[in-house]
Design a protein around this ligand. Structure first.
Ligand SMILES: *Cc1c(COP(=O)(O)O)cnc(C)c1O
Length: 413
């Protein structure tokens, strides 16, 4: 296996730990070490590991077989549930991954508008398909950020900085674009929130330029609140992509939007989309079970834990006189090893990634599993407790002291 792993971020230096089992907020490696997990499968596990409701739903499905190649009732149930929470998704299609969801949403936008150009945000991640694997650079230059991606596959991909509506406006005036695809809260350079009116300005500018707006809510959908970022910020996109939580920890992607646009998808329309495992009964069961556990009160509690952890981290850093940024929203958080707040990809590039790498390694020594890359988001789940957070802060104090060779005995830790 290249790098010894099945996905690059898992290649922790000098070698990754191998997991044997997990439950709630805990994960155990094959050597018997226990970690409080904030990686949480990189996003899907908002209920924590091995939640009994998801286990029961999956076990129940397995008794009846697990793959039919036909429609199943659970598809309708989950579609109706998603539509109730995301009214902008008048029609939707189930696929197997977030990558497929964004690839298909972009194809649908191109098919519907008859335009080739797409606009994305620098540092925005939309999965591993050609059109979105673009090296961030000036809006005029689109270079592939992976070998094996033909120049032709990215020549129609334009990039703009996050939190900058003037740049978007300029790009859309210069390029007649089919769509803008954007993570409404960025999650794949660490969490970066949209500034005050940014998303509503984005909506206005895309509309004025007859460019479809795709919200990639693969992370934020069912993460920030029940209706995702579009509900939280009150901005309605034309198309939405979901994944991660929607499958309850099993492979899942969803794309959907207005009926007018989604009628273009095959077999209703001419935009091709298909998949052997699309709408897989086990993923549908896990997704439905996960969503049935989530409610307003749960979000209030778990988002409160996020606020508390960020506040405790800020207090700790102040006490240690270490000037780095703590960012996030709700259950999403990250420590950025840079002084200024991170507003976009360029800011994120000022981070000292080697310091983060050491910090996350020291945290593993303390029994805390953080995402191993500076440019990932950490996640709190409903299974995390106040005690977990307090332990995490004590561990952070130790890790920062080791990192900065601080010769202080931090009071209270
Ligand atoms: C994870 C992610 C994807 C890709 O989803 P996969 O299921 O890994 O293919 C797409 N967009 C965003 C915003 C993501 O975080």
């Amino acid at each position: 296996m290249p790098g010894g792993v099945s996905s690059p971020v898992r290649a922790i230096d000098p070698y990754p730990f191998y997991v044997e089992k997990a439950s709630d907020s805990r994960i155990w490696d094959v050597d018997g070490n226990l970690y409080i997990d904030y990686c949480m499968g990189y996003g899907p596990l908002i209920l924590g590991h091995a939640h009994p409701a998801v286990y029961a739903a999956v076990a129940e499905q397995l008794k009846s077989g697990w793959d039919y190649g036909t429609p199943v009732k659970a598809e309708i149930d989950l579609a109706e549930r998603i539509q109730a929470d995301f009214p902008s998704m008048e029609m939707l299609r189930f696929v197997s991954t977030g990558t497929e969801a964004t690839m298909s949403a972009i194809r649908t936008a191109r098919g519907f508008t008859g335009k080739d150009t797409i606009v994305k945000v620098e540092g925005g991640y939309h999965g591993a398909h050609d059109a979105v694997l673009v090296k961030p650079g000036s809006a005029a230059i689109s270079a592939a950020s992976s070998l094996g991606v033909p120049a032709a596959a990215v020549e129609h991909t334009v990039q703009v900085p996050f939190n900058n509506v003037e740049a978007l406006s300029g790009a859309l005036e210069k390029n007649d674009a089919a769509c803008l695809i954007i993570e409404p809260v960025m999650g794949n350079i660490g969490p970066v929130v949209p500034e005050e009116t940014y998303l509503s300005d984005v909506r206005k500018v895309t509309e004025e330029n007859e460019t479809l707006l795709i919200f990639d809510e693969v992370i934020t959908g069912f993460r920030l609140c029940i209706g995702g970022a579009q509900c939280l910020y009150g901005v309605t996109p034309d198309l939405t992509t979901l994944g991660k939580i929607a499958g309850g920890g099993f492979p899942m992607g969803v794309f959907g939007g207005t009926r007018e646009i989604m009628e273009y998808v095959a077999p209703s329309g001419g935009v091709f989309n298909a998949g052997t495992f699309s709408g897989h009964p086990v993923s549908l069961a896990a997704g439905l079970a996960t969503l049935s556990v989530l409610n307003e009160e749960g979000y209030r509690r778990v988002n409160g834990l996020g606020d508390l952890l960020r506040r405790m981290l800020v207090d700790l850093l102040e006490e240690l006189d270490v000037r780095i940024a703590v960012q996030g929203i709700g259950t999403m958080f990250q420590v950025f090893f840079t002084e200024k707040p991170v507003r976009n990809y360029r800011d994120a590039l000022t981070c000292d990634t080697s310091l983060y790498k050491k910090f996350s390694a020291y945290m593993r020594d303390e029994g805390i599993f953080l995402a191993p890359s500076q440019y990932e988001t950490n996640f709190i789940s409903l299974a995390h407790s106040n005690e977990d957070l307090e332990y995490t802060i004590r561990a952070s104090a130790n890790a920062f002291e080791r990192l900065y060779s601080l010769d202080v005995d931090t009071p209270g830790y």
